[in-house]
Unconditional design. Sequence first.
Length: 575
Amino acid sequence: MSTTSPSNSPSGSQSRTPSGSPYAVPDFRQLFEFALSPLLILAPDFVIVEVNRAYLAATGKGRDIVGRRIFDVFPDNPADPAADGVANLRRSLETVVGTARTDTMALQRYDIPAGGDTDDGTGFVERWWSPVNTPVLDAEGRVSHIIHRVEDVTEFVLVRRAGREKERAAAEARTRAEGMEIDLFVRAREIREVNEQLRRLNGDLDAAGHRLREEQRAKDRFIATLSHELRNPLAAATAATELLGLDMPGGHPALSVLERQLGILARMSNDLLDGTRAVTGRLELVPERMDLRSAVESACADIRGLFGHEGRVLDVRLPDRPVLVDGDRLRLAQVLTNLLSNALKYTLPGGRTAIHLSAGEGRAQLTVRDDGIGFDPGQAEELFGVFMRAAPAGPQTPEGLGLGLSVVRTILELHGGRISAHSDGPGTGASFTALLPLAASDGDPPPARPVTPRRGRKQLAVLIVEDNTDLAATYRTLLDRQGHHVTVVHTGADAVTATGSHVFDVVVCDLGLPDMDGYEVARTVRSRPQGASLRLIAVSGFSRGTDRTRSREAGFDAHLAKPLPLADLLDLLEA
């Protein structure tokens, strides 16, 4: 492809007949010009060299765009702070230039000016594209041009977003969507076929890739197991710290250090487990209609005490009206907790972190802004990678594994949302903006939870089933101090025997016992005539939605995750 005009190629605009062939060689410029797919030819420095009619029609531009850089012609929409079209396209084009291989992009929102080259944000219209960038190589194998092919899938995306419509309109929309899905399916099949050809041509590389995948799975299993196994000593240390707090009602400086550091260890353990689930696609949601303000308040209550150290300030601004979303209450609170932990780590003493929640145009926007160390603007997308951190390694690097933001992105994407990061540079602070779709308006707001006054504490007969002897002994001491009668056993068989010969009000049972698991203990106890009157509480290092469902089906009344705060256990006992 010539950098001046395809018509200057040897074939020009003339057709010729090769020797022995009854057919004329096609005019390749005409084929390019009248191709149905929008096509753009770029130089390696991303200057537009040529464009066909379909591309001009799709974007509403004229041929005066030839000779200009593509990002000058199509800037990001300045009215959308989360716009990432330029960054994603640039990354794809740089990949093509660097590898001399085709790069197929995911569906991409990339708004375009409605008319003319405006940049004030008022003249942009929402557009979605399915782009493919293909290199053209010269005789030396270097990239001489890039073929940028796009398909306008805006209608498909908007149809999907629209949700419920009248029956006739819905039927028409489904017909259009199915046609587009067929096209996307065909493209996916073509990509799979190309990948299969590459695998056949690169058998050794495929075998090496298989070994790498197996090693990755083994590493993921190890991290998940490590996170789970850390919970038992963490639970024992947390319970022991609470016991020290009871013994020292006047407080002690070491207690606040222990509580703060155990909280950090617990968050790191959770990040390890959730990071593995995020990478392997096993992060689960338990959605409900909820007010997003409650998740913000819950997260702030959990971490506000840490902001009080060294003069840091946490400023929270919430709207007066409910912000209703269909989401997992615990996971959305975890999003904000991770963002606040990130701000806390990278904000200097005396710094300020602001939280702002708002709603409008069908979505909720949550922004966490700090005046901390900031980061290079080009690093924004990298921050959401696994084990990535804003600060370089060194003696002053804050604690953490670099998993929190990766987990945040996965949780928001599972909710149909997205997140972006912004900083003007090192030393200028950082902001993280999360967007979530608002709940459909066909439901009523969740009723306010009634406040139940605490009753007088009742003495209960409690059976603790826990194979970790340190943790079991600490639980016994803590509950003894509350006036309860406590019995401790360390195996499932002993728990079955004890509940058959003694009457207990409550059984607090670990699920990972050395002989029979806690599920079998619960089923056995429930099968007895007096089993219905017992209250069974499961305690485990695993607390996914499937784990809680399984414990409920086995007969447990409640499921608590390790490390278990004494206050949570006492709340259940008093209930």
